[in-house]
Design a protein around this ligand. Structure first.
Ligand SMILES: Nc1ncnc2c1ncn2[C@@H]1O[C@H](COP(=O)(O)OP(=O)(O)OP(=O)(O)O)[C@@H](O)[C@H]1O
Ligand SMILES: [Mg+2]
Length: 276
């Protein structure tokens, strides 16, 4: 069992896109095994991007009950209740498989109040850890999508996680941002969660034709080469799939660049977890 957080304080770097496709890819891989456990996708961001994509891009009939649920994830988490089956449902992903990624029923207004609710608790940073305690062993992988912040919400994710993935859009300032995130992770590792490991850095929305992107990648290879995972290219079909509420593995042909980017990433993540 691995609990993997996607973290970056910067917005729009592909955290949610990678979260849903990694969850779908791992679920496809797991479903091929004779005995297997489901994958759980947790959306910690009140924008609910991952939930919206995983529930059909807002178009599917199952979408509304999922994000207006009365028994919902942020209320349960904010009140210090443990996770229970009555807030867990199947998502629609991966589209072309029977076995679906599981997801928490949620509520946008409650999600927006989550940070304040967590701060009223005695151990604000440990709430997600306690919440997952009773269910985590039922899952093969738990993937946590996070908001673009460094507040108490992603802090809960880091404390509850076994591993972190850092998507980075390679541009001029991203190396400075990366140093900040690595420092934050190091702090959690030292003070609260000694089990936390950095699984890797994912150069995301990568445009080969941009000289600046190539320069930044070269710098990253030099400084963090052992942590670099396969790139996710910037491709129109990736954003089209996400908007339509599809995973790449169901939306794109196997030979497409988008499919290959994400299957390489899933393979690399599983390879690194196997060694870890
Ligand atoms: N590899 C890619 N190629 C093309 N478009 C992409 C790619 N990755 C993400 N996008 C698009 O970029 C936008 C931002 O992506 P995404 O929502 O995954 O980022 P994020 O880091 O989760 O953002 P936020 O911090 O706001 O939650 C979305 O419209 C998404 O469809
Ligand atoms: Mg997001």
């Amino acid at each position: 069992m691995a609990i993997i957080s996607l973290i970056n304080r910067k917005g729009g770097v592909g955290k949610s896109t990678i979260s849903i496709n990694l969850a779908a890819g791992l679920a496809i891989y797991e479903s091929r095994k004779a005995t297997h456990k489901p994958v759980l996708l947790i959306d910690m961001d009140d924008q609910l991007s991952a939930t919206i994509s995983a529930m059909g891009g807002g178009l599917d009939d199952q979408f509304v009950p999922m994000i207006t649920a009365e028994n919902n994830f942020p209320t349960a988490l904010g009140n210090g209740y443990g996770a229970s089956d009555n807030i867990i449902s199947d998502s629609l992903l991966p589209r072309k498989r029977d076995e679906k990624v599981r997801i928490f029923r949620t509520n946008k207004a409650r999600m927006e109040g989550l940070e304040a609710a967590l701060k009223t608790r005695e151990d604000p940073a440990f709430q997600l850890t306690y919440f997952l305690e009773s269910i985590k062993d039922e899952y093969s992988y738990i993937i946590i999508d996070n908001p673009p912040s460094a507040g108490i919400v992603p802090m809960n994710s880091l404390v509850a996680s076994t591993h972190v993935l850092i998507p980075i859009e390679p541009d001029g300032l991203s190396l400075i941002g990366l140093a900040d995130i690595l420092r934050m992770i190091e702090g959690v590792h030292k003070n609260t969660n000694p089990d936390l490991k950095i699984l890797g850095i994912i150069p995301s929305r990568f445009r080969m034709i941009r000289r600046q992107s190539r320069d930044v990648i070269e710098d990253m290879e030099r400084m963090y080469g052992h942590l670099l995972l396969p790139y996710i290219k910037d491709l129109a079909e990736i954003s089209a799939a996400t908007t339509a509420g599809y995973d790449i593995f169901s939306y794109c042909p196997e030979k497409s660049q988008a499919y290959r980017c994400f299957s390489n990433l899933v393979d690399a993540v599983m390879g690194k977890l196997g060694q870890a």
